[in-house]
Unconditional design. Sequence first.
Length: 520
Amino acid sequence: MFPRPVLRSSLVRTGAVAVFAVGLIAATGAGAAASTSSSSRISSEVACQSHLSTPGYFSSLNGAEVADAARSQLYPCADFLGSWTAPNTVAVTASKGSYQGATFINSRKPGELYLVGGDSPPTTGTVPPGPYVAKVNSKTGAQIWRTVLDNANGTGRWIATSNLNILADGNIVEAWSHFVAILDADTGRVIKRRSLGAGPAGPDDGNFKHVTVAPDGTLIIKQQNRVYGCTTQSSVALLMCPGTSSGPPRQANSMMVAVDPITLKVLDTALLPENMGTPHTITQFHGKTAIYMVGSNAGLSKLYRYFWNPKTKRFSQDTAFVVSILAPGQTSGDAPGILGNWIVTQTNGDFSSVASSIVAVNQDNPALVTSINPFGPLPRGEQSFAPPKAAVDAPNNMVYSADQGVGMVAGIKFNRQTGAMENAWAINDKTTCLVALYGPKNKRVVGVSKYNPEATAEQLQNGTYTEQATWRDAATGNLLAESPFFSAMAANTLITPGFGGDFYFATNTGFMILTPKLAT
């Protein structure tokens, strides 16, 4: 889900600059200092990625919106070039030009960088054109081309956050409102564009944000909906238009569509049991393509499983797999993750006076449900708000949770046999950033943003607070490096890895290129 509406800041600097900030070191780090030569790492990163299975996606360090079809937020081939035992610095370059509302950033080949923007407009009034997709220089952020896909000032459509994915053939797929388009990644030319239909939300209140690619290459695209007749723009419309206690439902049930990745022909549709405000995940389950999703009906949301049959080109719902995931007083669940034979999700995607939890459901036995409250009981008078999807590190049996309301992030050990969970660490960190994981299994780094602890209540409310990037030992939570503070990121985006040890921090007017490295 998404935070309360805020006025986005435009304090970010533009133009190439070099800023260095001394990062804090881990109190107990393992391993020697990494190589600081980014160019020497790119060939090994490409080789590493070539050994990963990425069906449907371009084989790249970062070809999918959130890592892969399972949306794990895990980038095992990305390099953190800083030290684990000595002080680090973070070199900073502000992107040249302006990229209003930058959200997701993807790589294709080394030196190629793409971003989507214009999809987090002001809630009212004149809005910037968007969404748009741009190709930019990966080292300077200078624009190479930009393709604007919509302009709500003329069309009147609801523009909300959209995803960015690079297909196996190297082209870009982008969905928004009730449209999907394929773009030539070399030129930005729209190769094909098609309406996906509107479903019960109608053409004005739905947004086909959630794009994932099934193993056979079929695009699985799911809709999120705002309240009927809502006129608020941006993704905060999912929360800020109240429904009524009688009459039509607060939000229409979502549609899910299967789309041919070449022709964009709609192969099948499914009307889902709830509005599904958060993305779905895809995995293989006993030889079948399984799609997991969590409903967004406040206080009622459930975990669902659908199957996609690549031979018959049809969806089917597993009606035996409908699982209640909320404790009394909790609000909606977030997008699910895959950890072995378990489906893991975070609760309290909207504000709650009850503590958030991580919930795990066994794929074979949906009656087997476990949970943990990683931040303990919620003190009286405080609120929990945990919109980011939990990150999942299956090789290390770890789950990562963030709760902006509580102002904490936790690393959680997961037992695959029983589903039992226990905290490995928890630290103070207020963020709505998606937690991301970088590097090999034995030296995993966790990246997450952190609000400026000196931010005032007014700044937090109107979005003029500042925010920094941090890198931590994923096993212990020990701080390895931290950037200066910049204007705030969009909610539910991530500190994106790039080739050669670079990372990208998207803001409302552009992005920062960050390179953690050993202090000299």
